[in-house]
Structure formats: C-alpha cells, structure tokens
Design a protein around this ligand. Structure first.
Ligand code: CAA
Length: 258
C-alpha cells in the first residue's frame, strides 16, 4: 500500500477499507483516485480473506466531486480518447458488497461514487448534491441515471437542474441513503454493517447482491426468474446446510470461510 498516493487501503478482519485521502482538495476525484480505488476494489474482490468493503472519506468530505482543476482546461478529444470517468463504472463489476460511509460533502462525482456503492450510511452532517450545472456541465459518473433510479424523476431533475444539495435527513427520507448516524459513529457503524455481512454465507451474499442489481437491468419477470434460480442455487452451498441446520437445532450458525 506504500505506493498509493490518493487513498489508504486497510483490512479490518474480513472487511476491506478504502479511505479517500486528498484532504486538501476535499477528496476531489482525480484520474489517479479512480485508478487506485478500482485497483484496490479488484484486489479485495479476489481476496478470500475479504467478504465486504467500506469506502469512506474524511469527516469534512466524502468527496467534493471530480477534480475541477484537473478537468478545467482539458479538450474534448482528451476526454473522449481516454474515455474519461469510465473506470468508475467498473465498480459495478465488483461482486462483494460495498458500503459507502459518507460524512460531509458528497457532491458531483462524490455523490455519484456513493451511489455506485451498494448502499450508503451517512453521518448527520452529510450533504448530497449534483452541482455540476453550476460549472457549465452535467453529471458524468452516472448521476443522472442512478439519482433518478434512487429518488425519482422530479427530485432528480430538481437537484441536477438547480444544483442545490440536500442534507442527510432529507436523503434518508428520499431513500437515497439507508441509515443516518451521529457523526462520530459513522465509520464504526459502517464497519459493523460490513462485519455483519462478512459473517454470512459468502455465496449467498454474492447471489443476493447480484439479484438486487438485476432489478435495474431487466424486466420484472426476468428478474424474478433470475432470483429464483439463484435461490435454488443457494441450496448447493455448504452455508445453506449450516444456516438451516443451526436454526433447526437452535444454535448460532458458523459459516465456514475458505
Ligand atoms: N475539485 C478540485 N478542488 C476542489 C473541489 C473539486 N471538486 N472541491 C473542493 N476543492 C478544493 C478547493 O478548491 C479548495 O482548495 P484550496 O484550499 O487550494 O483553495 C479546497 O478544496 C477546500 O475547498 P473550499 O475552500 O471551497 O471549501 P468550502 O468549505 O468553502 O466549500 C464546497 C466546500 C462547497 C464543497 C466547495 O469546495 C465546492 O463547491 N466544491 C466544488 C463542488 C463541485 O462543484 N463538485 C462537482 C465537480 S464536477 C463533477 O463531479 C463531474 C462529475 O459528475 C464526475
């Protein structure tokens, strides 16, 4: 991890932790942040010791967006030929659960990064928004799509067209975030949630994430059929035998990990 310049990568028991670490620019997301974050996520995804992942920032900012200084003078051809921002979308290829622990600003690309994760736990002072319109641009890391899926057309239009941001309580009420916790508890709660997930039957966890994500890609009948096949497949796992045997015998299950 010593070569990393923009993030800190740690393992806490069975949980992989990625901390965005560009405090001077409120964790603005440079191309380097994308390269390092994706490499860390892919390494965790193939690491048998890791069962769940948390991405967090600082108390002041999860991330205040893509790095404006880096983008300001770039010509179209540079963005186009490098397919700028495309690496972030690869987060959807990660099969292990990713929790975004969001404190402070989650603006622009920061809000989009949080939405690329599987669910968001926010601290009371978190702020979410897509202020790109104020810069003469629009969201570019999936915000127009994922925010609309998360909170619906009218509110997504409001936030994206006016550039206003919303606080944690409103984000929770809208369903954008799963939980709001006191500022000082943020990382602890996110790690606890990740450890909870990490203790379950790993194949079932992977299947559950896959099943939920299908809801955004296919018609309902296909999604339900896909879920049913995964459900049936879960009975081929050792963890299903253990989980049900433990319930029947009134003891705590112990899901073995390779
Ligand atoms: N890119 C680069 N630098 C940024 C940044 C960003 N997105 N956001 C903040 N910074 C830098 C500031 O330039 C400042 O640097 P200096 O100390 O060198 O001047 C430092 O971080 C601290 O920021 P402020 O002094 O502005 O702090 P503040 O508390 O007064 O304001 C803020 C905080 C409201 C978040 C403000 O920094 C801000 O509006 N940031 C930009 C938010 C934004 O527009 N995000 C969208 C970016 S575009 C995008 O993300 C495209 C996409 O969809 C992928």
């Amino acid at each position: 991890t010593s070569a990393l310049q923009t993030i800190i990568v740690e393992r806490r028991d069975r949980v992989g932790l990625i901390t965005l670490n560009r405090p001077k620019s409120l964790n603005a997301l440079t191309a380097q942040v994308a390269v390092e974050t994706l490499a860390a996520l892919k390494a965790f995804d193939v690491d048998d010791q890791v069962r769940a992942i948390v991405i967090t920032g600082s108390t002041r900012a999860f991330a205040a967006g893509a790095d404006i200084a880096e983008m300001a003078e770039k010509p179209f051809t540079s963005f186009y030929m490098s397919d700028f921002l495309a690496p972030w979308d690869e987060i959807k290829t990660i099969s292990k659960p990713i929790i975004a622990a969001v404190g402070g600003f989650a603006l622009g690309g920061g809000c989009e990064l949080a939405m690329l994760c599987d669910f968001i736990i926010a601290s009371e002072d978190a702020q979410f928004g897509q202020p790109e319109i104020k810069l003469g641009i629009l969201p570019g890391m999936g915000g127009s799509q994922r925010l609309t899926h998360a909170i619906g057309k009218s509110l997504a239009m409001d936030l994206i067209l006016t550039g206003r941001s919303i606080g944690a309580a409103e984000a929770k009420a809208l369903g954008l975030v799963a939980r709001v916790v006191p500022n000082t508890d943020l990382l602890q709660v996110a790690l606890e949630a990740a450890h909870t997930i990490a203790a379950y039957n790993a194949p079932a966890v992977k299947m559950a994430k896959e099943a939920v994500n299908r809801a955004f890609e296919v018609p309902l009948s296909e999604g339900v059929r896909h879920e049913r096949l995964l459900f049936q497949a879960a009975f081929a796992t050792e963890g299903q035998k253990e989980g049900m045997n433990a319930f029947v015998n009134k003891r705590a299950p112990v899901f073995r990990h390779r």
